[in-house]
Design a protein around this ligand. Structure first.
Ligand SMILES: Nc1ncnc2c1ncn2[C@@H]1O[C@H](COP(=O)(O)OP(=O)(O)OP(=O)(O)O)[C@@H](O)[C@H]1O
Length: 460
């Protein structure tokens, strides 16, 4: 979906400069200089991201108008991600904006690369938030792996321990980080996310630790760093595996001393953040000192949480598919449709190299492009090579109503081994109960443990 960005700033020059920069990259970039026009604009459609100036009236620096606009934006039923902008790098104001729901802040004049990175991150965060029901990101899944993951999150969250989240792309690492923050003692504070892999080395210190006005040519105003802005909350350091070694050394010093010195400042400032980090780097690479400093690793990984890939918890597929189909049916105002059992079986056997993010996109595609009365596997646009040869299941009419029906012997007869019948019966029963293991086991007449063993055996 092309992104819709709104720049809300009374300074037309500033708004146009941002528009020119962002138009090259995003679908639709609008500007608005008079906040009075905001309700009418929102009635025509809510943007994905709003760059919001916090001070409208010339000379005003307390941010009250911007914060009021922020409240209006946050009150939308499908609220945009907001990046607060201010010419006055006033930490309390930035923190207030973050507390009231802005996802990030940027000071003017901005660095172009930084602005684009902030918009990219805001879009990614919005996608993650939209994934949850009613706007709150929820880590879904009832597989044993997910139950263990949720239990681990619950026990780790209330501590102050630094947590490192490991897992492939799209498995839900950021959702895990948000769940930890939400269940922590710092939940009233903000969780600020920083994509460490996208931070240019030249601006690394200024971004993380802040700077004082005049400390270098472009330092036109004081700027708060992410460490200061996240005070009292959590700092989510994403993609830490992609940080250059020099930046790793700087981060290590800050964490060891529990203080940072803004560029140009004469005194260090103490930091009060909990660090949650994430990477998709394989552990072997992470333990390679030419890639990642061991001393920094030990600072960050007091607790390690591994999020398993979706192919290792296939039982979660039906639940996720149902959730995302419903979500996109509502979003695109499409009628609710069922899924053929054949399609669900193929989705269950898909390897999902892009994990939950890919599943989510496949569901969005099916909702937009599916033409039949029911969703068929072709609607999901999966690469044929990633689906193992289909086990024949009669096209059960709905996934919720019909009991599992196993196809009579196919004309080739090749699929009808006892194993194939067992596999098909399990898959169809899981579909029937939306992936609920307890119900499926009861219906199949076996224990939950036996069903888990069979899921493993059949690679479901
Ligand atoms: N367990 C889950 N339940 C519901 N949605 C999920 C789950 N896991 C991931 N998602 C969704 O999948 C998408 C990717 O999740 P997220 O950004 O947390 O993954 P990630 O591991 O941080 O990805 P990357 O490594 O690419 O940054 C988001 O839209 C998120 O809402």
């Amino acid at each position: 979906m092309p992104a819709y960005i709104l720049i809300l700033d009374d300074d037309a020059d500033v708004a146009t400069a941002a528009q020119l920069l962002l138009r090259r990259r995003y679908g639709q970039v609008a500007t608005l200089s008079d906040p009075a026009g905001l309700p009418a604009l929102l009635a025509r459609g809510v943007p994905d991201v709003v760059l919001l100036d916090l001070n409208f009236t010339p000379g005003s620096i307390n941010g009250a108008e911007g914060l009021a606009l922020l409240d209006i934006l946050r009150a939308q039923s499908n609220p945009p991600a907001v990046i607060a902008m201010t010419a006055y790098a006033d930490v309390p104001l930035a923190v207030e904006a973050l507390k009231r729901g802005a996802g990030d802040f940027i000071t003017k004049p901005w660095d172009n690369a930084r602005l684009v990175a902030a918009v990219d991150q805001a879009l990614a965060r919005r996608e993650a938030v939209r994934g949850g029901a009613a706007g709150s990101p929820e880590l879904m899944g009832e597989s044993r792996a997910m139950q263990e993951l949720k239990a681990l999150i619950a026990s780790v969250a209330p501590t102050e321990a630094n947590v490192m989240v490991l897992g492939e792309n799209g498995v839900g690492k950021e959702l895990v980080a948000r769940a930890i923050h939400a269940a922590s003692r710092r939940a009233a504070g903000t969780m600020l996310a920083v994509d460490m892999g996208a931070l240019p080395e030249s601006t690394f210190e200024s971004e993380l630790f802040g700077h004082r006005k005049g400390s270098f040519t472009d330092a036109k105003a004081d700027r708060a760093g992410r460490f200061q802005a996240a005070r009292g909350g959590s700092l989510f350091l994403d993609e830490i595996g992609n940080m250059p070694l020099a930046a790793q050394a700087k981060l290590l010093t800050a964490l060891e001393r529990r203080e940072v010195t803004p560029i140009g400042a004469d005194k260090p400032e103490s930091i009060d953040v909990r660090i949650i980090s994430a990477t998709n780097l394989e552990e072997a690479r992470l333990f390679d000192p030419s890639v990642f400093r061991a001393d920094l690793l030990f600072r960050l990984n007091t607790i390690v949480i591994r999020v398993p890939p979706l192919r290792e918890r296939r039982e979660d597929v039906p639940l996720l598919v149902q959730h995302y189909l419903k979500l996109y049916e509502a979003q695109y105002e499409r009628p609710s449709r069922n899924l053929t059992a054949t399609a669900m079986d193929a989705l269950l056997r898909h390897d999902w190299p892009g994990n939950v993010r890919a599943l989510r996109h496949a569901c969005e595609r099916a909702v937009i492009l599916g033409q039949g009365m029911e969703y068929a596997i072709n609607d999901f646009g999966l690469a044929a090579t990633s689906i193992a040869t289909a086990v024949t299941i009669a096209p059960v009419s709905t996934i919720t109503l019909a009991p599992p029906v196993i196809a009579p012997a196919s004309s080739s007869g090749g699929d009808l081994t006892l194993d194939a019948i067992e596999r098909a019966a399990i898959a169809a029963t899981l579909v029937q109960f939306n992936g609920n293991i307890s119900h499926a086991a009861k219906t199949l007449g076996i224990s939950r443990a036996a069903l888990y063993r069979k899921l493993g055996k059949h690679g479901i």
